[in-house]
Unconditional design. Sequence first.
Length: 164
Amino acid sequence: MEGLVSNFMDADHAYLDKLWVGFLGEENNPESSSELLKRFKRHLLLHIELEDNFLFPLLNSHINMGINPGLLAMAKRDHRNIIKLLAMVEEAGLGRDIREIKAASRHLHRALEKHRLREDEIHYPVCDFFVEPEEWNSALSRIYGKRLEKDAREGNKYLEKIYG
């Protein structure tokens, strides 16, 4: 992917993947996996907020469609489903039942993969054509809570600054 939005979101997905893989690697140990899951959830919720409160409304406005048409409505439904599945993983973790944690994690993992495919193939590339760097940087700063450099094209550098 190449573009302002695609580059950042690709790097953000990579960061989420790193957190998720870390959690999956520790799912047999509910105590240590709990903190990793908390970090994953915090970042996932920021990612969803960026999409639901900035990117998707801007995309709707740009393509002159109604409030939640087709693919954008599906993306928001995906987000609600992902949050519900994440809650199932958290609940399984509280019960410390390894089988339940693994089953809930598999469901969440599949939902994340399907959702990301649509975003990477459709939403982000379209947004690359019309999202201006100033508005993008403003949204990232507002939602992620850190002042970012002026050029958002290098998503990995942003994430390094935000998350080390």
